[in-house]
Design a protein around this ligand. Structure first.
Ligand code: BV8
Ligand code: ZN
Length: 253
């Protein structure tokens, strides 16, 4: 895969090059990055029992209110699917980039925990993490719970129903994570949008915040998205192939 020389020299300037002031890079990832770890993207059709449900109809406080067991079981099914998943070359390429760029922020919409598993450090999980659960009444985090129980596990503190520690549609994002994400996006020199359909707000607004503040925006995706017409560079392809090639081109520069 070849990249425009202008992009490579720009990207290589963000690396630690002696005392030269390194640039700031932000990477935003979506479900497409996890797809090559065998995980279905959010838009992919669901299978089996879940085929008749749209994710947006299950990932909401209203759905949990209406049928907590159905929603809890959907997340238990997704945790089961994630159990065998391992980070792929795309996750590791971002970790390598982070190790070379002093000011690197990874913002993910994914709730599968694969970036953390790959070794990402400066990571903002905008939509939470499916491996964590908290009480839907008092907010106490639960470290463990009986995954096989016939009913939705309950909080040890107040006996409230546990819920996955993710951000549902109609819920606000964790303030500190969102504030840090907006600040990093506004201040960065390069914004990398990878494997996201750019539909879900407010995450989808981060690339525009970067662009409006003078950043060069690079998109890697299997297909064009609503962001594509606004980016400076668009690479159509699998993130697990494009990202390692991009990192190699920068480090060989
Ligand atoms: C909120 C956790 C304030 C749960 C998720 C404007 C402002 C604020 C809110 C809104 C707004 N407009 C609309 C809203 C409401 C809503 C929203 O955005 N709706 C959409 C549908 C229009 N937003 C919210 O409700 C947010 N809350 O803003 O609070 C508020 C409060 C009250 C009322 C209003 C506002 C909360 C949003 C968070 C929802 N939670 N996840 C769970 O996972 O169960 S979002 C969920 O969907 C995922 O986390 C992910 O972020 C998102 C799916 O997006 P992607 O990651 O992009 O995945 P997708 O499948 O869409 O695309 C994958 C892409 O990868 C594709 O383009 C594909 O081509 C590509 N691809 C596939 N394979 C590969 C690949 N690319 C490269 N390589 C490959 N191998
Ligand atoms: Zn509780």
């Amino acid at each position: 895969m070849t990249f425009p020389p202008g992009l490579i020299s720009l990207l290589s300037r963000t690396l630690r090059r002696g005392s030269v002031q390194a640039g700031k890079l932000v990477a935003l990832t979506g479900a497409g990055v996890s797809q090559e770890s065998g995980l279905r993207t959010f838009r992919d059709a669901q299978t089996g029992l879940w085929a008749k449900h749209k994710p947006e109809d299950l990932a909401s406080p209203q759905a949990f209110q209406r049928d907590p067991k159905l929603v809890w079981d959907w997340y238990a099914w997704r945790r089961e699917a994630i159990k065998g998943a391992r980070p792929n070359a795309g996750h590791y390429a971002l970790v390598e980039l982070e190790s070379k760029i002093p000011q690197f922020t990874l913002i993910t919409q994914n709730v599968d925990g694969l970036h953390r598993m790959a070794g990402a450090r400066n990571l903002l999980e905008l939509h939470g993490n499916i491996q964590r659960a908290r009480c839907s009444d008092c907010g106490t985090y639960a470290e463990t719970w009986d995954e096989d129980s016939e009913s939705v596990p309950r909080c040890e503190e107040c006996d409230g129903l546990l819920r996955p520690d993710v951000v549902w549609f109609g819920e606000s994002l964790p303030r500190d994570q969102l504030e840090k994400a907006v600040e990093a996006s506004r201040a960065c020199d390069i914004f990398l949008s990878v494997g996201t359909s750019g539909v879900v707000q407010p995450a989808a607004s981060l690339a525009h915040a970067a662009k409006n503040n003078g950043a060069v925006v690079v998109e890697v995706n299997m297909e064009p998205t609503p962001l594509t017409p606004k980016v400076d560079f668009f690479f159509q392809g699998k993130s697990g192939e494009v990202l390692p090639a991009l990192v190699k081109a920068i480090l060989d520069h």
